[in-house]
Ligand binder design. Structure first.
Ligand code: SF4
Length: 173
């Protein structure tokens, strides 16, 4: 399963997917994935949490995107990020997205594997802003920002596709 140990291709991974206690509720996410473990052993994984990088605490009030659209709309100024206490968090989430891109550029990251459903990291779905557990198709702010800057974002449910991309990248290196 290991590919080209001598390749330096790195992968940005949501820190919560590799067991870091960065989630809003302070809980550890159980995501045991053999590929992620291999990539960690190969020193490919850069664990990163855009919300913590933007200065948010653990635990913190959960946030959702409200208004028409998803993270792309937030970046365009058409939607906002609000936490469950009603406080606007848009600026923090945009800061986190920019810090993620800084890491991608400075660490020569090949692509990202981010936790789906998050208002920052979600790549196929997010929650609808009602704080009632209703999901809808869309991207979080960081995922949207990375993809707008040409960085492919996979979710934790797309590990095989991510591995195929890594293999292609290593072969073409
Ligand atoms: Fe995980 Fe991303 Fe949420 Fe941080 S912002 S806890 S990395 S899903």
């Amino acid at each position: 399963m290991s590919v080209a140990k001598n390749s330096s291709a790195k992968i940005l991974v949501s820190a919560c997917l590799v067991g870091e206690r960065v989630r809003y509720d302070g809980m550890v996410l159980v995501c045991k994935d053999r590929l992620l473990e291999y990539w960690q052993q190969e020193d490919r994984v850069l664990a990163f949490c855009p919300e913590v990088a933007a200065g948010l605490t653990v635990p913190r009030s959960p946030a959702e995107i409200i208004g028409e659209g998803d993270g792309t709309a937030v970046l365009q100024g058409f939607a906002k990020v609000i936490n469950r206490d009603g406080k606007e968090m848009t600026e923090r989430f945009v800061i986190g997205a920019k810090k993620a891109l800084e890491q991608v550029i400075s660490q020569s990251i090949a692509f990202a594997v981010l936790k789906d459903g998050s208002p920052s990291c979600g790549s196929s779905y997010i929650y609808d802003g009602s704080f009632t557990g209703v999901s809808e198709a869309g991207k979080g702010v960081t995922a949207a920002f990375l993809e707008a800057n040409g960085i492919r974002v996979f979710s934790e449910h797309q590990m095989a596709e991510a591995a195929a991309r890594l293999t292609r990248r290593v072969k073409n290196a």
